[in-house]
Design a binder for this molecule. Structure first.
Ligand code: S3P
Ligand code: PEP
Length: 432
């Protein structure tokens, strides 16, 4: 693709877009299927770099993964206690989800393993997962006093012990790591979050026969002897990928686009709620179930947007959509205030800083605060050379801003392959 991509202004978005499979659910489908005894067909798997990192780690742990036609995989594991010691360091690449969820699984294994990742992942906080796992009896050593990759996991002295863990932040990755370790532990494991984060792990554990109890934001799980796998899992389209089109169509005049087969799990639909509050014209049709995950087709038309204030429980429900929500806010009337979003500082890059710095280069009226963003209507957006920070969501948010205004040049654009390899090709179809 090259070191820089030029995004041209787009005409109205029309027609149908099929967004790729959900990244969170794709990761979990490979991990849980890989711990089952019978083969699982995974349909609409996301063939993107992050999920492929999970595939290669699971293969290194002795799980067979075969690619079938299209977006299908067959995963064949060796049962809940059938993983084998990897003969090299596992590489999670750019993927926080791969690393943190697998850490929960590997913390409970009777063998040694070690992890590294790319430069971004090596700077992201791992203490938040290592601490509760260590409380369960896991033996994990990591760089910078147990906080950063690379890290190693030694076999625990005996079986892990269930804990009652109150998480300091809402994080599906931390919650999932503890629950996955809890499957292998003696007794019960309870995790409580300050606000509800995505619950795909809980839903998929139930699909694989592991009983859970939920009470508010608390989830409780007992140790499991063996999983019982479904014959097939169908991964819904990713609402976090759909979000780029929801915003692009809302702000580009003449747009009317239908996004088919998008996951609408309520722990993920904050973007629909907030765009709706801003005055977006969004309709859901054909609501149905894909296993335990709800899906729908979503039609979005251009609309006049209003600024909005968001904080608190909504943030985990749209945590990855904030960069593109900031684009919607630049095109809205009135100020938008985003707070309680300090978690964005520990994603692939510091997303609050990246959004404020790069959108300012485009003429956006946007200021970073300690835990969020202040965004004013920005009528004089211009073209500029902007930087992705190698962060897929920053690159795609910049592309949407450029497409809706005077174009943009994005340095280091290839990172979209982390979650949405066909993104630029799809956007090019709408060149004005
Ligand atoms: O569990 C998951 O699949 C994810 C959880 C979120 O991270 P946190 O758990 O750090 O909030 C999210 O940002 C990430 O893209 C995917
Ligand atoms: C934060 C993200 O992913 P991860 O934490 O898995 O790297 C993301 O996809 O926006």
């Amino acid at each position: 693709m090259g070191a820089v991509i030029r995004i041209e202004p787009a005409a109205g978005l029309t027609g149908n877009i099929v967004v790729p499979g959900d990244k969170s659910i794709s990761h979990r489908s490979i991990m849980l299927a890989g711990l089952a005894k019978t083969p699982v067909l995974v349909k609409n798997f996301l063939f993107a770099q992050d999920c492929l990192s999970t595939v290669s780690c699971m293969q290194a742990l002795g799980v067979k993964v075969e690619q079938k036609a299209g977006h299908e995989l067959v995963v064949t594991g060796n049962g809940l206690r059938g993983l084998v010691e990897p003969d090299n360091i596992l590489d999670a690449g750019n993927s926080g989800t791969t690393l943190r969820l697998l850490l929960g699984i590997l913390a409970a294994q009777p063998f040694f393993s070690a992890f590294t990742g790319d430069a971004s992942l090596r700077s992201r906080p791992m203490g938040r997962v290592i601490k509760p796992l260590a409380d369960m009896g896991a033996v994990i050593a990591a760089r910078r006093k147990g906080r950063l990759l690379p890290l190693s996991i030694a076999p625990a002295a005996g079986r892990l012990t269930g804990i009652d863990y109150h998480m300091p932040m809402a994080s599906a990755q931390v919650k999932s790591a503890v629950l996955l370790a809890g499957m292998f532990a003696d007794g019960t494991t309870t995790v409580t979050e300050p606000y509800a984060s995505r619950d795909h792990t809980e839903r998929m554990l139930e699909t694989f026969g592991a009983g859970l109890e939920k009470n508010g934001t608390a989830v409780r799980l007992r140790g499991v002897a063996e999983l019982s796998a479904p014959a097939a899992i169908e991964v819904p389209g990713d609402i976090s990928s759909a979000a780029f089109w929801l915003v692009a169509a809302s702000i580009i005049p003449g747009s009317k686009v239908t996004l088919s087969n998008v996951g609408i799990n309520p722990t993920r639909t904050g973007i629909l709620d907030v765009l709706g509050q801003m005055g977006a014209d969004i309709q859901l049709t054909n609501e149905r179930w894909s296993g335990r995950e709800p899906v729908a087709d979503i039609t979005v038309k251009h609309a006049r947007l209003q600024g909005v204030s968001i904080d608190g429980a909504i943030i985990p429900r749209l945590v990855d959509e904030i960069p593109v929500l900031a684009v919607a806010a630049m095109f809205a009337a009135g100020r938008t205030i985003i707070s309680g979003a300090e978690e964005l500082r520990v994603k692939e890059t510091d997303r609050l800083k990246a959004v404020a710095t790069e959108f300012t280069k485009l003429g956006g009226l946007i200021t970073e605060t300690k835990d969020g963003l202040l965004i004013d209507p920005s009528p004089n957006l211009r073209s500029a050379v902007c930087y992705s920070y190698h962060d897929h969501r920053i690159a795609m948010a910049l592309a949407v801003a450029g497409a809706a205004a005077q174009g943009v040049e994005i340095e280091q654009p290839d990172c979209v392959a982390i979650s949405y390899p066909g993104f630029y090709a799809q956007l090019n179809r709408f060149n004005g």
